[in-house]
Design a binder for this molecule. Sequence first.
Ligand SMILES: Nc1ncnc2c1ncn2[C@@H]1O[C@H](COP(=O)(O)OP(=O)(O)OP(=O)(O)O)[C@@H](O)[C@H]1O
Ligand SMILES: Nc1nc2c(c(=O)[nH]1)N=C(CO)CN2
Length: 296
Amino acid sequence: MPQLLLSRGDSMAELYLPGGELSDRIALTGLKVRGFHGVFEHERENGQDFIIDVVLHTSMHRTPYGDDLAQTINYAEVADKVVEIVSGEPLNLIETLAERIADAALQFGALAADVTVHKPQAPIEHSFADVDVTVRRLSKLLQPPKPAAEVVVGIGSNMDDPVTQVEIGAGKLAKVLEYERMSRRRVTAAEVMPGQPSQPNYINAVMVGYTTLSPLALLRELQRIEDEQGRVREERWGPRTLDLDLVSYKVAGKEITSDDPNLTLPHPRAHERSFVLEPWAEVDPWGMLSGKPVRR
Ligand SMILES: Nc1ncnc2c1ncn2[C@@H]1O[C@H](COP(=O)(O)OP(=O)(O)OP(=O)(O)O)[C@@H](O)[C@H]1O
Ligand SMILES: Nc1nc2c(c(=O)[nH]1)N=C(CO)CN2
């Protein structure tokens, strides 16, 4: 994680790049632009001067420099962009203004941008030298990865050519998950509710993989895939074209639990379903569900 070493008012703060190299910097300071930002009506009507400092962090010594403007960030273009933003759409907060400038500055190819917005004529009823806000924004290239959750999804179908349903469903699911592994498909006898008429056999399988989606966002994706396969939500435990159950969701090895009926975690019936546990154990022999090994 790049270190943040900003002190207030210090727009020349250092940034260490991965590997410990200190960033190279292009700094544009003291750019004075009239703008109409502020929460008060008189600020919106009369406007005032905003002074902007922008520090673009780059890494120059790996760049094939050749004394060529095309190989670097042209500070004149950055200045034009800053003037366009500051003199443009009025905003309430200088925080928002600083953020917009930083986002725009990153578009020029910087690895990070520190932006300070000074508002020396701010409506403060005391004698003061300056008021300013500094933000640092990092390019995507420097952002640390989010920790991915390890998830287990149960797949089942017993309608409309179940083998094809499972194959298509698994293909779509593989696009949602990372580093996914799919068990073999199994033919299983339908487990029905007491009193429910018998149903055709199921094809069942399990996919394990990783995601940065939240549990609810992943459930929505599963439901989208079910719906795309013509799933009609009628009878509980009724025959279905495709059923995708979120069986387990773990972050850093710890199972996320939920009692919410819209998303219960782990899946409340998975522990008693051999059509879930067996394929899960096949792709993840050390898998655990609620503290118990899935390999029985
Ligand atoms: N872990 C979960 N995975 C998928 N759906 C869940 C989960 N927990 C709760 N649900 C909710 O269950 C509702 C009904 O799901 P569904 O119709 O697939 O149940 P079912 O397949 O008939 O039964 P089962 O859940 O026993 O497989 C869904 O609308 C969903 O919001
Ligand atoms: N064999 C089998 N039986 C079931 C299955 C399933 O996927 N496989 N799913 C059910 C409700 O989701 C109910 N019964």
